[in-house]
Design a protein around this ligand. Structure first.
Ligand SMILES: [Zn+2]
Length: 327
């Protein structure tokens, strides 16, 4: 994260543009432990994730190599093609799909233990969350299996769940990417992507109103990540997506169209961008609150998950004007 982004985040926390108010709901946690092992997208190695119930007020955090890394924007760092959290030399990568599932299903507090499963990886200071099928579906199914329950503090008391409510309209642009947000009583996200070189994607928009929990589980979570076949070699040469395959991504070719049909929905790529977006804004949560700002959010061509974080948090500094953030 840039210095500018860091300053913006600090300002966000005390910004008058955000009012932290009650959602009228209680903070929650999961009803039992979840354990899942799988291959990771970028390193191509295997990791195991165990998600444990946690007290109210504790929020979501990773437990890796005996250190705790809060799932907070304070610990997000710039990384190509995924969102990474880092603290005291230890990092956990590709956290966005898991965090999206937790935010989308209302798991406000939990401890996420992660370990590298491959035997030669004992000293590796970095871990990565498994990719599974490239969506958040497996996480949501695992959460639904153990259930979500009211979280209590160490005295057995339940706790009000707060959310950041936007109080004024704001717009931010970075290059040809734009995010705007308008005050609203409920969360709505409209997302646009543009890939003119891929006729099967071209220009797509998807709009969603998060009025019920099942909307996220049914309409957003099953959407898989996607890539452009002609760009895969470049990413491999950069040491990325070593674990990528047609089993964990929708692959489009500029000349041959969709290479591994069928799609799960017509706008699956666009829906996946909303999935990533929810995972990233979940990092605004603190002490078991909601992370997604309660606002009518419109985003266009915000291509990568992590680099948008500084401008998105920066928008909160910039009411009623368009801000050109330097690329
Ligand atoms: Zn993604």
């Amino acid at each position: 994260m840039t210095l500018c982004g860091r300053a913006a985040v600090e300002a966000f926390k005390s910004s008058a543009l955000i009012s932290w108010r009650s959602t009228g709901k209680l903070q929650q946690t999961i009803g039992g432990c979840i354990e899942k092992t799988g291959r990771t997208l970028h390193s191509g190695k295997n990791s195991t994730v165990r998600i444990w119930p946690e007290l109210s007020g504790k929020g979501r955090y990773f437990d890796f190599c005996s250190g705790l890394i809060p799932a907070s924007i304070d610990f997000a760092q710039e990384s190509p093609l995924c969102t990474t959290l880092r603290k005291n030399g230890h990092s956990v990568g590709t956290v966005e799909h898991l965090l999206s599932a937790l935010e989308g299903t209302g798991v406000d507090n939990c401890r996420i233990e992660i370990l590298n499963s491959d035997r030669d990886d004992d000293d590796d200071p970095s871990a990565e969350v498994p990719i599974f099928d490239g969506s958040a579906r497996e996480w949501v199914e695992a959460i639904e299996k153990v259930g979500v329950t009211v979280a209590v503090d160490c005295n057995g008391r339940s706790c009000d769940k707060l959310a950041p409510y936007l109080t004024q309209p704001v717009i931010v642009s970075k290059g040809d990417s734009v995010i705007s947000a308008f005050p609203s009583k409920e969360i709505s996200i409209s997302y646009g992507i543009s890939f003119p070189q891929v006729s099967d994607i071209s220009l797509q928009w998807f709009s969603s109103v998060f009025c019920t929990g099942s909307f996220y589980s049914k309409q957003i979570a099953p959407s898989r990540t996607f890539c452009i076949y002609e760009e895969v070699e470049k990413m491999r040469d950069a040491g990325l997506i070593k674990g990528g395959s047609v089993d964990n991504a929708v692959v489009f070719s500029t000349s041959k169209g969709l290479l591994n049909p069928p799609l799960r929905s017509l706008e699956e790529p666009c829906r996946h961008k909303i999935l990533d977006f929810i995972g990233d804004v979940s990092l605004f949560a603190r002490n078991g609150s909601q992370g997604i700002p309660v606002a009518n959010i419109v985003a266009y061509k915000v291509r990568l998950s992590n680099p948008f974080l500084p401008p998105f948090s920066g928008y909160l500094l910039c009411p009623l004007k368009v801000v050109q953030c330097k690329p």
